[in-house]
Write a protein that binds this ligand. Structure first.
Ligand code: HEM
Length: 154
């Protein structure tokens, strides 16, 4: 199941189901500029901060060639190179997703059963590359997500 684990991790990097999360600031904090033309940002208690999970996980600074689907990023040899706090499909810290292990187990079970019976194939309605909807907060296809199931011959 190691390779399936790598596939699921990379899918959640490139296409995180939850594209952003938020936090409420509890004490004053200043984000220092990282470029010459930027001003410091002063945060006050009560300010709400959006953490763009999708943007961070597609940032070439953290994931080279971010648009390439490459499960090897999560191999035993490579996963140690991922910088802390740059991969967060289930959020981070004490309020991270309580259902993450269940979600991964469920995904693996479904894929194991489906792949043992069917090949997943592109059909006429499958959009390659997929065009994403601009009307949804989550990552969904503009005209749905279509895939064909072909029974596997024994
Ligand atoms: C692939 C599936 C899922 C994804 C990508 C996902 C993602 C997330 C993310 C990003 C957060 C916010 C965490 C943070 O801000 O640090 C979250 C919170 C949460 N998720 Fe999930 N989730 C998934 C499945 C589930 C499932 C299956 C359950 C329940 C069975 C669940 C229950 C929760 C709950 C209760 C919270 C709020 C936790 C808190 O505020 O302490 N999630 N999830």
């Amino acid at each position: 199941m190691k390779y399936m684990d790598m596939i699921i991790s990379e899918t959640l990097r490139k296409w995180p189901g939850v594209t952003a999360t938020d936090r409420v600031c509890s004490k004053p904090y200043t984000i220092q500029p990282s470029n010459l033309n930027e001003e410091p940002v002063h945060l006050k208690p009560g300010d709400v901060i959006f953490v763009p999970i999708n943007g961070i996980q597609r940032d070439p600074k953290y994931f080279p060639n971010p648009d390439v689907f490459d499960p090897e990023r999560f191999s035993d040899e490579n996963k140690g190179n991922i910088k802390p706090y740059t991969y967060m499909p289930f959020g981070l810290g004490p309020r991270n997703c309580i259902g993450s292990r269940f979600a991964i187990l469920e995904t693996k079970t479904i894929f194991f059963l489906m792949l043992s019976k069917f090949n997943f194939i592109a059909i006429e309605k499958t959009q390659i590359p997929i065009k994403l909807s601009t009307k949804s907060f989550s990552i969904v296809g503009d005209s749905g997500m279509w895939i064909g199931l072909e029974p596997r011959s024994k």
